[in-house]
Design a protein. Structure first.
Length: 164
């Protein structure tokens, strides 16, 4: 039996992805604090081939479920010029949990804090988690919203397709 809810979600995500690809949306440089409270800019930590940005929050179960899978992908592709950046959009009441969550999940990639969700809101992303993939020119080449088991395979396929 076909799961129509899942099919609808896939169609929406595909439409969003293709609309972004058609417009070649570009991410501008930004600066945020990392979990050591040091300011870091996108240009300092972006990948030579691809940059994957995962917008997440500590209270979001799919977000914390995705992070170990993303960490595996990061470790698999980091030597091929792929950088991964997790941007926490926690608010003032939960921002203190960001470092603990990242450390508990043994995240190896960069974790930045965007308390007011300014970066995420600038590009009108609203779902948690939202993963975007940028090419070497900071153009969005892939978008994935939400996370459930198996989505890491789709993300891996997008990395393979877009890595140069």
């Amino acid at each position: 039996m076909v799961n129509y809810r899942l099919l609808q979600l896939l169609i929406v995500v595909a439409c969003l992805t293709f609309s972004l690809l058609g417009s070649a949306q570009q991410l501008d440089d930004f600066t945020l604090d990392n979990i050591e409270n040091e300011q870091v800019s996108l240009s300092e930590i972006k990948g030579d081939a691809l940059t994957i940005i995962d917008f997440w929050a500590t209270w979001c179960k799919p977000c914390t479920k995705a992070m170990p899978k993303l960490n595996t992908l990061y470790n698999q592709y980091k030597d091929q010029g792929v950088s991964m950046i997790g941007i926490s959009c926690d608010g003032p009441r939960s921002i203190s949990k960001v470092a603990a969550v990242a450390n508990t999940l043994n995240v190896d990639y960069h974790i930045l804090k965007d308390i007011d969700c300014e970066v995420m809101n600038t590009y009108q992303y609203q779902a948690f988690p939202t993963l975007i993939m940028l090419n070497a020119d900071n153009e969005v080449v892939y978008v994935h919203e939400g996370f459930s088991n198996g989505d890491e395979d789709e993300i891996k396929a997008a990395i393979e397709e877009n890595i140069k």
